[in-house]
Design a protein around this ligand. Structure first.
Ligand SMILES: Cc1cc2nc3c(=O)[nH]c(=O)nc-3n(C[C@H](O)[C@H](O)[C@H](O)COP(=O)(O)O)c2cc1C
Length: 218
């Protein structure tokens, strides 16, 4: 769907998900993430960039598993995570929009929990590539977990935490030959509706991930 159509539908409150292809599994138990190897950190930093051209090719589940663990998985026995959060509130939830449904990433059990049995990739942003790329992540701040943070600071702290998660995804993408872009140009109320969020859950950012679109030969 074109950006213009999305903008028009967004104004009318009509930017809606599509039906899923196949069955939306209620729980997806992800395989163990591969925590070894990858590119040296400095080499991944040298490759980090935003890309906006994606192939439709799906991401294998093993890659999705490692990507989500890198993004905001549990990396310590005490429940610590791969990205920081103020007073360890861990207020960011990572929602995972796949062609087969929309899921909440449960880092503790390293699984995906179904939140909407629809393909809501197209709802995650105004740019056309978000519809067809195999994965759109949505970063949502749960203000209920930030009661110890002064009210006036909550949004900025949560945005910083989401930024750290996003950079983890950028570096994982660079290391694995994937394309990605973080996005703030999104219809936050359409996403909140589609995910069934409560009023104290705030949609902050989205991020598209996929294989790069192969270059056309003339
Ligand atoms: C907070 C934030 C919001 C952004 N929003 C968008 C967006 O909505 N759409 C988009 O295509 N890129 C978006 N970007 C990506 C920037 O355009 C990109 O990082 C910038 O052009 C620099 O390019 P690079 O990431 O390749 O270094 C955003 C980046 C940040 C940090």
């Amino acid at each position: 769907m074109s950006t213009l159509t999305k903008l028009a539908l967004g104004v009318m409150g009509q930017l809606r998900p599509r039906p899923v292809k196949g069955n939306a599994e209620t729980t997806i138990k992800l395989p163990a993430p591969d925590k070894r190897g990858g590119m040296p950190l400095m080499a991944a930093l040298a490759r980090r960039r935003s890309s906006r051209e994606f192939a439709r090719k799906p991401l294998p589940r093993a890659l999705l598993s490692s990507l989500l663990w890198a993004a905001f998985g549990v990396n310590r026995r005490d429940g610590g995570r791969t990205a920081p959060s103020a007073i360890d509130a861990q207020e960011i939830d990572v929602y995972v929009a796949l062609p087969t449904g929309a899921y909440l990433y449960d880092a503790r059990t390293h699984s995906l929990q179904l939140v909407a049995a629809s393909d809501l990739r197209r709802v995650t942003g105004y740019q056309d590539f978000v519809d067809e790329a195999p994965l759109d992540l949505v970063y949502v701040a749960d203000h209920r977990r930030m009661r110890m943070v002064p009210v006036g600071q909550r949004e900025s702290y949560a945005s910083a935490a989401a930024g750290a998660i996003s950079q983890n995804v950028y570096l994982f993408a660079a290391s694995n030959g994937l394309a990605t872009v973080i996005r703030a140009w999104i219809d936050r109320s359409a996403i909140a509706d589609a995910l069934g969020l409560a009023h104290d859950q705030q949609v902050l950012l989205a991020q598209t991930v996929g294989y790069p679109k192969p270059k056309q030969t003339p």
